[in-house]
Ligand binder design. Structure first.
Ligand SMILES: CC(C)(COP(=O)(O)OP(=O)(O)OC[C@H]1O[C@@H](n2cnc3c(N)ncnc32)[C@H](O)[C@@H]1OP(=O)(O)O)[C@@H](O)C(=O)NCCC(=O)NCCS
Length: 185
């Protein structure tokens, strides 16, 4: 096992300081509080994600957190703003053969959208994935009408790689989805 992957094995202790107010820390089941349950079921928050198709109970979320906690291919971070859990960002699944991963994220507290938290969190996590875990490519995707997510990924240095036409159903309409990536140069 290489040094970088050993770092991953210690993942439960990973803590990323994004700036003075924002930190990323690996989530554990103690973090599954009522606020988290509320925003993961808030249609405005989840409407551009696959989460909108299911109602998530406390136990569903705990299972999700636990599955990620023990996973060899995923790291689920909470995004903490002024010590308050305001969202999640996931690195995974990681493909260790190709040193590549997906990233996905959600800011659950709508009153803090537009303050740069999403862009900074994604950028810091990608820098961490490159410098500490030794990954070389990070991929992400968004529905074409999700302008907030498009801006987050552009600001975090991702480039557009392709469009999957008419790929998802959003409010009864077929919508394109966009594939983006960032390479460690
Ligand atoms: C998309 C999301 C992560 C953006 O987080 P954020 O902390 O607001 O992002 P930032 O402040 O870094 O920047 C995003 C930009 O998009 C804008 N934006 C954020 N949410 C938006 C929305 N719902 N609609 C339109 N624009 C939005 C912000 O105002 C900002 O633009 P500006 O600086 O020009 O005003 C957040 O809105 C969110 O979690 N949405 C729901 C879940 C989601 O869509 N996840 C991504 C799935 S691919």
């Amino acid at each position: 096992m290489g040094y970088k992957k050993k770092k991953f094995k210690d993942k439960k202790n990973i803590f990323i300081k994004v700036d003075q107010y924002i930190t990323l820390r690996v989530l554990n089941i103690e973090d599954v509080g009522q606020d988290y349950i509320n925003w993961i079921n808030d249609y405005e928050v989840i409407k551009y994600t696959e989460l909108r198709f299911t109602k998530s109970t406390r136990n569903d979320i705990k299972k999700f957190v636990l599955d990620n906690w023990v996973s060899d291919h995923n790291i689920l971070f909470g995004i903490f703003f002024k010590n308050c859990h305001v969202g999640n960002i996931k690195l995974g699944p990681i493909n260790w053969e190709h040193l590549r991963s997906e990233v996905s994220y959600i800011i659950g507290k709508k009153n803090i959208w537009g303050k740069g938290i999403g862009s900074k969190a994604v950028n810091s996590l990608v820098e961490f994935a490159f410098s500490v875990l030794g990954l070389q490519k990070i991929n992400a995707g968004y529905y074409e009408n999700n302008i907030g997510s498009q801006k987050v990924l552009e600001r975090a240095g991702f480039q557009k790689e392709g469009v999957r036409f008419s790929n998802v159903i959003f409010d009864g309409q077929r919508v394109n989805s966009v594939e983006v990536g960032r390479i460690n140069k």
